[in-house]
Design a protein around this ligand. Sequence first.
Ligand code: BTN
Length: 262
Amino acid sequence: MTDISKGNSVFIEHLSTIDSTNALLKRRIAAGELSGITAVSADEQTAGRGRRGRTWLTTEGSLMLSAAFPLTGIDPDSIPLVSIAAALATWSTIRFAGVNCAIKWPNDVITLSDGGYHKLSGILSELASSPCGELFAVIGIGINVNCNNMPENLMQPASSLLIEKGTETELEPLANRLLSELISEMEALKQGSGALLSRFAESCVTLGKSVEAQCMDGTIITGEAVALGPRGRLLIKTGERTVAVGAADVSVHFQKNKPAEE
Ligand code: BTN
């Protein structure tokens, strides 16, 4: 275990291998071991976790980082926006690394090309309570950084920073940048949701597009993604109705006849 943090007031504990950096932080919260912001990264996860109970594979040279944030000072109504804050932090970090990208609702960072897209990163935000009832957000982020050949059998087409810009990116400064961005977006969340949602809307490629949302209960909603609701939900206009979707897989139709499936 080495400490790779520079420039943040919070250190990143770096592990060579772990089941899942999110699972590790949740275990520590449940054991009452955490108080302030805590961050962990790993070279390899043997049981990496994705959204909706999926697996997140370790690809060569990827960045896998989780950070636990005490939610003290955050309005309970704003807690669903943690994942929006994490998406903005990841988006800015990838742009800082020199790759032009956008956010696909709810929190994937993607590159756009030829009417389709490739996923560069994924985010899993979870809640966990300490034995004394303190609530934490555990934000886990995986970024495809130095992988030359992304596996083809993934749920969504994927790319990496290396494939996009042709040069390798050092993982340690990238991890530090990501943590700094996360800390500042979580601070922004304490000030309220309005500004955060406006910035998210500016970088979110889903808005204004024809979409198909597969909800957690299996319902499919098709229509136009018209706006974000106050808690970050996607508002989809379907005929005369507008439906608010909170957690879903969303396929965005970037061009007619060229659907990009999630
Ligand atoms: C998704 O797109 O489904 C979310 C993927 C989140 C992956 C990251 S990698 C670091 C952290 N640890 C995990 O087990 N998952 C997250």
